[in-house]
Write a protein that binds this ligand. Structure first.
Ligand SMILES: C[S@@+](CC[C@H](N)C(=O)[O-])C[C@H]1O[C@@H](n2cnc3c(N)ncnc32)[C@H](O)[C@@H]1O
Length: 239
């Protein structure tokens, strides 16, 4: 097994592939007031952890869940097999076309870069449509080296909260809510991950051992710097 294969095998075994939980989804959707029949896109859906929560708000609507990684999409499809309200497909977010009443993007917009991602989603939103996304931010103007190092290797330019909000406005959005994603939402990702690391440790080959080591290091690193950095979750509307 190669290291990339081990990475995806590990990630696919987790309930979600990035920070987030039902409570923070609820808090954001409450602001939007999602209609029962809305057209929703879950952009960068991973294995589809958030689809059920989205459908709770739009039980007569439809969720189009997209991700570039095919086996994540297989898992998302399996989670919602037989549910005509869900279409899960391999698709790059860059190629997203709407119209959608809501685009939900948990921890994935930054793969496109903030300005490009915001432009792509604006074009895919129906008039009056809302974008909810979470994005890396520093919670201090003077992040420690450890907080900066947490984002090393990620394709994200990380700003403080004020600068990030400005960048979202400059990209042509009104911000209705910007809140720090709470610790519980991060632990909804990291606690099962840590458990998986300890379960798989004994039987892991060399590639998986590297992946498990990196995962544990990331968990430890985040717990050490979580007061200084994390995600801001935005509810935003194109102006
Ligand atoms: C941090 S994970 C978050 C997954 C999911 N939203 C969740 O919270 O569990 C980011 C996801 O974005 C996907 N992704 C990255 N770049 C993408 C792109 N250009 N188009 C579609 N999906 C992309 C990755 O495959 C991954 O599943």
């Amino acid at each position: 097994m190669t290291e990339p294969e081990a990475f995806f095998t590990f990630q696919e075994s987790l309930p979600r592939q990035g920070p987030g939980d039902r409570a923070s989804l609820q808090a954001a959707l409450m602001v939007v007031g999602v209609g029962r029949d809305q057209r929703i896109c879950d952009a960068g859906c991973g294995t589809g952890a958030d689809i059920a929560g989205l459908l709770d708000w739009a039980p007569e609507g439809h969720v189009t869940a997209i991700d570039t990684h095919a086996s994540f999409i297989d898992k998302a499809r399996a989670r919602h097999a037989g549910d005509a309200r869900v279409t899960a497909r391999v698709q790059d977010m860059h190629d997203l076309t709407g119209p959608f009443d809501l685009i939900w993007c948990a921890g994935a917009l930054y793969f496109m870069g903030l300005p490009d991602g915001l432009a792509v989603f604006r074009a895919a939103l129906a008039p009056g449509g809302a974008l909810i996304f979470s994005h890396p931010a520093f919670f201090t103007d003077t992040p420690s080296d450890a907080a900066r190092a947490f984002w090393d290797g990620e394709d994200a330019s990380v700003m403080n909260e004020a600068d990030l909000c400005d960048a979202v406005r400059v990209a042509g959005y009104d911000i209705h809510l910007a809140t720090r994603l709470p610790v519980n939402a991060w632990e909804a990702y990291y606690t099962p991950m840590e458990q998986r690391v300890s379960e798989w440790r004994a039987s892991a080959g060399p590639a998986m051992t590297k992946v498990l080591d990196a995962a544990q290091a990331e968990i430890d690193q985040w717990r050490a710097v979580r007061g200084e950095t994390g995600y801001l979750q935005f509810v935003a509307y194109p102006k």
